[in-house]
Design a protein around this ligand. Structure first.
Ligand code: CP
Length: 339
């Protein structure tokens, strides 16, 4: 068994054995859930547990995938999505709100517009008598660790017949400066051998120096370009991101010609036949919907993978991973992994 999980705040603590175990757990879970017997067995694992989904910053897929991941395991959920419905409007502090959630639930999943708030919540938990795990579901422009985990799973699955992530060339394109998904995914790459990164971004939205320094510390080579056409033929994976307009302070993204950082049927010809295209979604104009029908488009599968990886994360936190491996042998016929 790999290391244990309690809080999930950033990518620290995710080493290769833990990543491999989470990917294996995710695949097993998906197989188990395909049968009614298996799905009911999963629902019996945590019917006594409760989760708080605290999402004052908008979300569609992270919220829904965590909500449904909880339900897959029988966990009951409560939520605050609109801060106007919380006692924070009466002046209750963030710390008191979080401590209140912890009085009622066994795990808190949270997304905030501020960087560092998940870390602050975890530090608070570590000071109180009944701490509950904190899962960061996106914090400011900084971190989105569970997105990085589902991205790692998608990459590993897509390259399962080609040695996994090791040795692959991954392009990350778009608003890399303000995109928390690419920041977290870059940090996870320290666990893979021979990976090379190509950052494709307009100069004002280039990857931040802290991530570049981290990559340099771990010996992960990266190059930067503003020309997609130069990078495309070398890529095994292209991770596209949208312009993060919600962080604009003076409409800085409005002057950007994002067409140069977009993928459409016309430039697909330059991409290897066995490459994949990913996107954390939601998308803007940077992926033409006509690309959706290309077999290399992996983003809808990536989105579906998200719920199952989040089930695996919850199982790891509640220390039920061994139960999954035994359930798999009880309810799955012997044979290769499900597709
Ligand atoms: N990828 C992602 O975080 O999507 P949502 O903002 O819809 O949760």
């Amino acid at each position: 068994m790999a290391g244990q999980l309690f809080h999930v705040i950033d990518t620290q603590g995710f080493d290769r054995p833990l990543l491999d175990e989470l990917c294996e757990l995710t695949t097993r879970l998906r197989g188990i859930a395909k049968t009614q017997e298996g799905a009911l067995a999963l629902q019996q694992l945590l019917p006594h547990a409760r989760a708080m989904l605290y999402f004052p910053q908008p979300s569609t897929r992270t919220f829904l995938s965590f909500n449904n991941a909880c339900h897959v395991l029988g966990i009951r959920t409560s939520e605050i999505r609109d801060p106007a419905t919380s006692s924070e409007v009466k002046g209750e502090t963030f710390d008191d709100s979080l401590r209140t959630f912890s009085s009622y639930v066994d795990v808190i999943v949270m997304r905030t517009p501020e960087a560092g708030y998940a870390a602050r919540a975890a530090a608070l938990m570590d000071r109180i008598p009944r701490p509950v795990p904190i899962i960061n579901a996106g914090s400011g422009k900084d971190q989105h660790p569970t997105q990085a985990l589902l991205d790692v799973y998608t990459l590993e699955r897509s390259f399962s017949l080609r040695g996994g992530i090791d040795g692959k060339v991954i392009g990350m394109m778009g608003d890399l400066k303000r995109g928390r998904t690419v920041r977290s995914l870059c940090s996870m790459m320290r666990n893979y051998r021979g990976v090379r990164l190509i950052f494709i971004a307009p100069e004002p939205f280039a990857m931040e120096p802290d991530i570049k320094a981290q990559l340099a510390r771990h010996g992960i080579p990266f190059t930067e370009t503003a020309r997609l056409a130069e990078a495309l033929p070398a890529l095994d994976a292209l991770y596209v991101t949208r312009m993060q307009t919600e962080w604009d302070t003076a409409g800085e993204s409005r002057s950007m010609d994002y067409g140069q950082f977009s993928i459409h049927p016309g430039n697909l010809r330059q991409l290897k036949a066995d490459a994949i295209i990913m996107h954390p979604l939601p998308r803007g104009p940077e992926i033409d919907p006509a690309v959706d029908n290309d077999p290399r488009a992996m983003y809808w599968r990536q989105e579906r993978n998200g719920m199952w990886m989040r089930v695996a994360i919850l199982l790891k936190i509640f220390r039920l991973e061994d139960r999954i491996f035994s359930l798999a042998s009880e309810v799955l016929p012997a044979g290769p992994d499900p597709p």
